[in-house]
Design a protein around this ligand. Structure first.
Ligand code: NAP
Length: 309
């Protein structure tokens, strides 16, 4: 079981992580963070790449998060990942962020270079790779129904769909106003006659059985970016009766094995998978940002699967 440290340690003693064996020069900030699977596959990747350093969990509450991030250069870190609930604050904490991170409003990967902090978001690109690998489909070719479009992951995925120029994007969210605002914001990316037919290319619907029923026949790929499904007892965010065999169903939730959504989709004859491939690929992309080389994907996949077995 990899160790979890308080991020306060970064502020108390700048050398504390450099003194570990091997020295810790990478980590993941979160609150909570003890459940994070990232150390398993990143440490396996570091070992396989002959890099004598380690990746640790860094528990940071909102009060110290930004200060701890700013302490990374002094502490000799190469970079870090950021998870719930700090991805939005990370965008503010870095010196510069790339365009996708700015537009998605969140940073999940920090690179330290020449004393400065650079922010990236690998969630959207990680999802693209995961969908290609699992379903042999490019996001840009899909008509997408995005559940939970108003959350942090939902926003990152919606922006990715827009930048990829996917065929169609249906944004659904429990709080409908957030999905509607997103559709207004992203509408500019969908202004073309690419799709022949009566349906608008970017629309928002309430995440209700009625709202979803009107759109399910005009999408190919359902992505759940809501947090429904994280608990084993959670219901599915999409009524089982709406699932059909022609759909591809990607649930970004990865805790607790198969979610109800994945189970229902498979029972309907659809191809479905949980969020582990996205977790893997966002991590591989972080590795590539830190080391400017291809990540040892097979080693990382094996370590991730062993950690959840
Ligand atoms: P978040 O910002 O808190 O957003 C939560 C989303 O879920 C919002 O859209 C929220 O709707 C919706 N929601 C919450 N409870 C609901 C309920 N009872 N019924 C319907 N909708 C509900 O969280 P997040 O950071 O985006 O994370 C969301 C999920 O994405 C988590 O399961 C996380 O594990 C997953 N994720 C996976 C990966 C990966 O690599 N696989 C990466 C990032 C995130 P409202 O707007 O109405 O509140």
């Amino acid at each position: 079981m990899p160790d979890t440290y308080s991020a306060q340690a970064l502020l108390d003693d700048k050398d504390v992580f450099a003194k570990l064996t091997p020295p810790a020069k990478l980590g993941v900030f979160g609150d909570p963070v003890a459940h994070s699977k990232s150390p398993y596959f990143h440490n396996a990747a570091l070992k396989a790449s002959g890099l004598d350093l380690q990746y640790v969990r860094l528990h940071a509450d909102a009060e110290i998060f930004s200060q701890a991030v700013k302490a990374l250069p002094e502490a000799g870190f190469i970079g870090a990942n950021v998870t719930i609930p700090h991805k939005q604050a990370a965008l503010e904490a870095v010196d510069e962020a790339d365009d996708y991170a700015k537009q998605s409003g969140a940073v999940n990967t920090i690179l330290v270079q020449d004393g400065s902090l650079y922010g990236f978001n690998t969630d959207g690109p990680g999802l693209v790779r995961a969908i290609r690998e699992e379903f042999f489909v490019d996001l840009r070719d899909a008509r997408v129904l995005l559940l939970g479009a108003g959350g942090g992951a939902g926003r990152a995925i919606a922006v990715q769909c827009a930048l990829e120029g996917c065929e169609r994007l249906v944004l659904a969210n429990r709080t409908f106003e957030k999905a509607a605002a997103m559709a207004t914001e992203l509408g500019q990316y969908f202004r073309s006659d690419r799709l022949i037919g009566p349906a608008d290319r970017c629309v928002a619907v309430p995440q209700t059985p009625e709202g979803l029923r009107t759109e399910i026949g005009q999408v190919d790929l359902v992505i759940n970016a809501s947090s429904v499904g994280m608990k084993r007892t959670d219901p599915s965010p999409l009524p089982a009766a709406l699932l059909t065999a022609n759909l591809l169903v990607f649930d970004t939730v990865y805790s607790g094995g198969k979610s109800r959504l994945v189970e229902d989709a498979e029972a309907a004859g659809a191809r479905a998978c949980n969020g582990l491939p996205m977790l893997l690929h966002q991590g591989a992309l972080s590795f590539e940002i830190w080391f400017n080389r291809k990540a040892p994907l097979d080693v990382m996949r094996k370590a991730l699967l062993e950690s959840v077995a």
